[in-house]
Design a protein around this ligand. Structure first.
Ligand code: NAP
Length: 455
């Protein structure tokens, strides 16, 4: 089936892109393999300089790229521009620090003999990405791999094919070498063929748990290195000694950003008894005051969901949660009329036998749990199939750190909502996946850590 782009606000089809033929895919893999072979003789500093040009080109095309994102998946204009800035920062981070991070590391063995650990390129990396951050998710994989010398082929989410095409165009305008980055509009079956090609040595997937299981299995069959950035059910912990005004403001932003379609959204508010009433009152007011509307308009605070399918699925989860005994503190739900609008909802009284207890809600639906103390908070937080990120709020940083240290997640933020920073590792544990993106760790995911041993 062709890739089809539908505007989530008008629900009109914008464009369709045909699937690539087997011959087109084979040609692109040949071009990618040529890039890999050529780069072995090219110093990393040259690719770092090209990455700097990529950053500049992204910023110069920011308004147009942002508009494409809004038209493809409904993101608010200002959020889309913020995403382009993050992409540029990622490119700049690797452009400025990458060469030193790739310096060979000396080892001593057998008393005083020397060895050097090199970070060599390994081959083509397949990047399979979701629609919710249609540029920055791609950049997280492209920037480090380009620097190393690994060509990247992208299978983007079909609903944001326009973003994929626009991103590739801007990269080529910036002057990156042919074969360094190529879009593949391919089917799931074609993905299996691509992963079986021996020149493909890595696959980075960001997406759902279901997709993770499929792609990790294919990677395993082909003995190809993989990273999995999957879903989350992140905790936003509010301790009795928290600054409640700050917690309310950040909790709402962390749940409603990108219309709630963020892997690290604050999906479960776990609040201690003494501050629960104030926190809940604040959150209710903020959720009820959201302005739903045209994502291009500056006055809109909550965008439509990315697709009709996403909205239907969220409504189904909400209905199921209520049918199993949850209480709605704010009712929310699908909004009739034009656009995939979903009014924000807040649920409480969710017991472990309610399916909602373990599910990820990928949209503006928050859950509230009230607990007596730290131990109850930590136990509830860790009773999750996911382990991506989280946040802990307390005026006492030592106290917040004590709680943060006991959370089973890849990232915890203190007195701030979780975010993405090029300098910091990003990734999860449990069903949130494995591997890390961004930072030095992201640079080494798809390298041959080769030891050269001197006599
Ligand atoms: P999705 O349905 O899993 O899709 C993600 C990507 O995988 C898309 O490109 C999709 O292509 C592709 N895909 C899905 N199944 C596949 C298969 N069997 N074979 C080959 N490709 C396959 O996820 P989504 O709904 O777009 O994104 C939402 C999920 O991503 C949420 O769970 C969210 O938490 C997670 N996410 C995680 C992170 C993170 O960093 N941990 C970041 C963002 C999002 P099609 O579009 O063609 O189906």
């Amino acid at each position: 089936m062709a890739y089809q782009v539908v505007n989530p606000y008008t629900e009109k089809i914008i464009q369709t892109y045909p699937l690539a033929s087997a011959a087109e895919v084979a040609d692109k893999l040949d071009v990618a393999a040529d890039f890999y072979n050529r780069q072995k003789q090219v110093p990393v500093e040259e690719r770092a300089a090209q990455l700097q040009l990529v950053a500049e080109s992204l910023l110069a095309n920011s308004a147009e790229l942002a508009q494409t994102a809004t038209l493809n998946m409904g993101k608010l204009s200002k959020e889309a521009r913020g995403e382009i800035k993050l992409c540029a920062k990622l490119a700049q981070y690797y452009a400025s620090t990458g060469a030193s991070l790739l310096e060979p590391k000396p080892y001593i063995y057998g008393g005083s003999r020397q060895a050097l650990l090199q970070q060599d390129a390994i081959g083509i990396v397949l990047s399979i990405e979701p629609w919710n951050f249609p540029y920055s998710q791609v950049m997280r994989v492209f920037a480090p791999n380009f620097l190393v010398g690994n060509p990247v082929v992208l299978k983007h989410a079909s609903i944001v094919a326009g973003c994929a095409a626009h991103f590739e165009k801007v990269l080529l305008q910036a002057g990156i070498e042919p074969g360094a980055f190529q879009n593949l509009f391919v089917s799931y079956d074609q993905i299996a063929t691509i992963l079986a090609d021996k020149r493909v040595q890595g696959v980075a997937l960001t997406g759902s748990e279901a997709a993770g299981r499929q792609i990790a299995a294919l990677a395993g069959q082909n003995l190809v290195k993989s990273t999995m950035e999957l879903g989350g059910n992140d905790v936003f912990a509010v301790l009795n000694d928290a600054d409640i005004d700050l917690a309310v403001q950040d909790a709402a932003a962390a749940r409603l950003r990108n219309a709630g379609q963020v892997c690290t959204s604050a999906k479960r508010y776990i609040v201690q008894q003494d501050v629960a009433a104030d926190f809940i009152a604040g959150i209710q007011a903020t959720f009820q005051n959201q302005v739903l509307g045209d994502p291009m308009a500056a006055t809109t605070t909550l965008a439509p969901l990315a697709s009709k399918g996403a909205s239907d699925q969220l409504q189904q989860q909400l209905d199921q949660a209520l049918a199993h005994g949850a209480t709605a503190l704010v009712a929310g739900g699908q909004v009739a009329g034009m656009g995939n609008f979903f009014a924000p909802a807040i649920l409480t009284d969710i017991t472990p036998d309610n399916p909602a207890f373990y599910q990820e809600f990928f949209g503006p639906v928050a859950q509230v749990y009230v607990v007596p103390d730290d131990q109850a908070l930590i136990k509830l937080a860790n009773d999750s199939n996911f382990g991506l990120a989280g946040a802990v709020y307390s005026k006492d940083t030592t106290h917040a750190h004590e709680v943060a240290s006991q959370l089973e997640t890849g990232q915890v933020f203190i007195n701030q909502p979780s975010g993405a920073y090029p300098e910091l590792p990003f990734g999860g544990v449990k069903n949130s996946g494995y591997g890390r993106e961004m930072s030095d760790l992201g640079l080494y995911e798809f390298t041959n850590q080769k030891i050269v041993v001197f006599k």
